[in-house]
Design a binder for this molecule. Structure first.
Ligand code: F3S
Length: 387
């Protein structure tokens, strides 16, 4: 793999031991995936942030690093809200470990926004090269924005943030971004809810596997695409999808679909995921809520009181921008938490059954929280939480 003179100096240890180790990691990744060179990145998004998922080994590794990031780098959700961890019921021992993880990232210069929706906080543009690691953020960046990122592991994304470059292979290359399977959605209803797009992603992720799907027959908005991509990345390994006449690359590029496998999806295949089971808590905001989603939740909760715990998750930056809306949601008894989510917070493990409006959470809650998961629209989630 070609390295420029500066890369070579880093590899030789002339910029410190941490950067040398990080360059070794990038070079090793590049060799495994056949990269010919490194490419400069605009930003990184770093997973491996919750103590629940990285444990003592991850904390020790992070603590051994000594350098500062050279591009904007945002941390993924952690296992608790930084400010309100006691209010959420986080175990103090866990909180102490989580704070040590946060301190380690802070020392490296990583932005502690702790969100899987970094695209709401920093400008990311069509064609930007990135090193993002949370799968729903990767899907959104590639598909909805038209930026270019592989699905990085946590250490790979952090190494890229500390060096400012990532190996140029996979989805960084135009030739690897063409559709590989066509998915036709047989439905006249174009006004599907965010949850229904999440369920569609849950279903089609299993069908697409690791191929790049090209959807026909749907016209989702950005929140719907966020839900679709997050779920496809959870049940499949889809890091990029195109939607006919909707996503930027599908609009700009005249893809040939000739010879591709065509899969038809009937509405009944999606309907059957909406099972009505009794739940103990409701959690929305996977991926973290947009401003529009917070406003919709506030509208639905107006004048109501929750009778079951209702958790809402969003980035701190989005909460700060929507203080009045968040206040209105919390007057119902619901709680809007930053920095964490229903999957990475151990607090959610106390509930045997959890209702969500997300196809990704539907896929992850059973394994990560040991709970039965039910999916419903945001209207249904609010109705269940307030009935
Ligand atoms: Fe984000 Fe947690 Fe869902 S990290 S995509 S809210 S599982």
């Amino acid at each position: 793999m070609y390295l420029d003179p500066d890369d070579e100096k880093i590899l030789a240890g002339e910029r410190g031991e941490t950067r040398q180790r990080m360059m070794e990691l990038l070079v090793a990744l590049g060799k495994v995936f056949g990269a010919e060179r490194l490419v400069g990145i605009k930003s990184a998004q770093v997973s491996g942030a919750s103590y629940k998922t990285i444990g003592e080994y991850g904390l020790a590794w992070l603590s051994s690093l000594d350098a500062r990031v050279v591009v904007p780098a945002v941390l993924n959700p952690i296992g608790m809200p930084r400010e309100r961890w006691q209010e959420m019921g986080t175990d103090p021992e866990f909180a102490a470990k989580q704070q040590a993880v946060i301190a380690a990232y802070e020392r490296l210069g990583v932005n502690l926004a702790c969100t899987c929706t970094p695209y709401y906080l920093n400008t990311t543009c069509f064609g930007d090269h990135l090193a993002w690691s949370e799968s729903s953020a990767v899907s959104y960046a590639n598909s909805v924005i038209g930026a270019r990122t592989n699905r990085e592991g946590g250490p790979g994304a952090l190494a890229a943030a500390l060096i400012g470059k990532t190996p140029c292979y996979g989805l960084h290359l135009e030739k690897n971004r063409s559709p590989q399977v066509v998915i036709d959605i047989k439905s006249g209803d174009k006004n599907w809810s965010i949850a229904r797009y999440g369920a569609l992603g849950y279903h089609t992720g299993k069908l697409a596997g690791n191929k790049i799907p090209y959807f026909r027959g749907i016209t989702p908005g950005s929140d719907q695409m966020k839900a679709l991509g997050a779920a496809m990345a959870a049940t499949g390994a889809v890091a990029l999808y195109h939607i006919d006449n909707v996503t930027p690359e599908a609009k700009k590029t005249d893809y040939s679909l000739t010879g591709l496998e065509v899969i038809s999806v009937e509405p009944a295949e999606i309907d059957r995921l909406f099972k009505k089971i009794l739940v103990d808590a409701v959690a929305v905001g996977c991926p973290h809520c947009s401003s529009g989603e917070l406003m919709e939740i506030a509208r639905l909760l107006k004048g109501k009181t929750v009778t079951k715990p209702l958790y809402v998750f969003a980035a701190q930056g989005i909460i700060d921008k929507n203080r009045e809306t968040v206040g209105s949601i919390e007057r119902s008894g619901a709680r809007v938490f930053a920095d964490t989510c229903m999957v990475v917070s151990p607090v959610m493990e106390q509930y045997p059954a959890i209702m969500v409006n997300s196809g990704k959470a539907l896929a992850y809650v059973p394994d990560m929280c040991g709970a039965i998961a039910r999916i419903g629209s945001i209207e249904e989630c609010v109705a269940v939480a307030t009935s």
